[in-house]
Design a protein around this ligand. Structure first.
Ligand code: NAD
Length: 300
C-alpha cells in the first residue's frame, strides 16, 4: 500500500510531482480546514501545509496513521508542536528555501522608503507631479540588522553592493564578513535604517517599542519583514506621526490580514505589503522541492 499524503495549502507543483514520482499517493484538498480537517485526516501518513492551515491538537489527536507534518516554508506557529511531540510526529520545514526572497523584498522596501517610491506613484496617479521631492541615498548610510540568521545575513551581503555600512545585533549568531557585530543600544543609536530578522519569541515580542524608538536616530527608517508582534505598532505609529521616524515598511503585522481601520494605513510614509516576503516563484518551488526531499528521506 502506498503511503498517503494530504496537502491542504497550495504548494508548488514541482514538489507534488516529486512525491508522486516516488510512489506516494497525493491528495490536494485546499479547502480542508478546521473541523473538516479533523474529520478528514484519517488514513494519511503525511500532512503538508503552508501557513493557512491550522494544525491544531484536535487535528493531531484525530489522526490515526499520521507520521509527518510538513511545512513548506519557515514559521511553525500554525502547528501545535507540543501535541505533535506527544504523538511522536516528525515536523519538517524548509527554513532556508525563501531566505533570498525575503532578503530581496527587504532591499526593495528599504529603497522604497528612501525614495518614497509607492508615495510618488500614488501622487502621480492622482495628478501630482512631485518632481522636487527629495529622497535619500542608501550609499554611505548605516543599516542595523537585528537578527543575523539566514535572512539577516543575505540582507547584509546584498547591502555591500550599495556601499552601506552594516551593523548587526544578534547574541546567538556566528560572525559574518558582511556586518559588524554590536550591542542593541549601539545599533539603535547609530543606524539610519533598522531592519528586523528575528523570530517572534517571548524575548523578541515588542523588541521595538517606544523606549527603543526613542534611542533611534531622528529620521531613522524601520523595516519589519520578520513577524508581527516584534514591533509595537502603536509606538511605531506615534513615532511616524511625530516625525521621530522618517518612514517604515512592514510585511508582517500583529493581526493578519491588517484590519481595514488600522491607523498605519492612513500614513503616506509607510509601505505595507501583505506578508509576501516568501512569495516568489523561485522561493516557492525551492520550498516545495526541499520539503518533498525531506519527506522522502524521512520515509525511506
Ligand atoms: P534564522 O533562525 O535563520 O535567524 C534568526 C536569527 O535571529 C538567529 O540568528 C537568532 O540568533 C536571532 N535571534 C533570536 N533571538 C534574538 C534576539 N532576542 N535578539 C537578536 N537576535 C535574535 O531565521 P530566518 O530564516 O532568517 O528568519 C528570520 C525571520 O523572518 C523570522 O521571524 C521568520 O519567521 C521571518 N520570515 C518572514 C517571511 C515573510 O514572508 N515575511 C518569510 C520567511 C521568514
Amino acid at each position: 500500500m502506498p503511503k498517503r499524503v494530504l496537502i491542504t495549502d497550495p504548494i508548488a507543483e514541482e514538489g507534488i510531482e516529486k512525491l508522486r514520482a516516488h510512489g506516494l499517493e497525493v491528495d490536494l484538498k485546499p479547502d480542508l480546514k478546521g473541523d473538516a480537517l479533523v474529520q478528514g485526516i484519517q488514513g494519511y501518513h503525511v500532512l503538508i501545509v503552508r501557513s493557512a492551515t491550522k494544525v491544531t491538537r484536535a487535528v493531531i489527536e484525530a489522526a490515526d496513521v499520521l507520521e509527518i507534518i510538513g511545512r513548506a516554508g519557515v514559521g511553525l506557529d500554525n502547528i501545535d508542536l507540543e501535541a505533535a511531540k506527544e504523538r511522536g510526529l516528525k515536523v519538517l520545514n524548509t527554513p532556508g528555501a525563501t531566505a533570498i526572497s525575503v532578503a530581496e523584498l527587504t532591499l526593495g522596501l528599504i529603497l522604497g522608503c528612501l525614495r518614497a517610491i509607492p508615495y510618488l506613484d500614488r501622487a502621480l496617479r492622482t495628478g501630482r507631479w512631485e518632481k522636487k521631492r527629495k529622497g535619500i541615498e542608501l550609499y554611505g548610510k548605516t543599516v542595523g540588522i537585528i537578527g543575523l540568521g539566514r535572512i539577516g545575513s543575505e540582507v547584509a551581503k546584498r547591502l555591500q553592493a550599495f556601499g552601506a555600512k552594516v551593523l548587526a545585533y544578534d547574541p546567538y549568531a556566528k560572525d559574518s564578513p558582511w556586518a559588524k557585530r554590536v550591542d542593541l543600544e549601539t545599533l539603535l543609536r547609530n543606524a539610519d535604517i533598522i531592519t528586523l530578522h528575528v523570530p517572534l519569541t517571548p524575548e523578541t515580542r515588542h523588541l521595538i517599542n517606544a523606549d527603543q524608538i526613542r534611542q533611534m536616530k531622528n529620521g531613522a527608517i524601520l523595516i519589519n519583514t520578520a513577524r508581527g508582534g516584534i514591533v509595537d505598532e502603536q509606538a511605531l505609529y506615534d513615532a511616524l506621526v511625530s516625525g521621530k521616524l522618517r518612514a517604515a515598511a512592514l510585511d508582517v503585522y500583529e493581526t493578519e490580514p491588517l484590519p481595514e481601520d488600522h491607523p498605519l494605513r492612513s500614513l503616506d510614509q509607510v509601505i505595507l505589503t501583505p506578508h509576501t516576503g516568501a512569495q516568489t516563484e523561485e522561493g516557492q518551488i525551492r520550498a516545495a522541492v526541499e520539503l518533498a526531499d525531506r519527506i522522502l528521506q524521512e520515509l525511506s
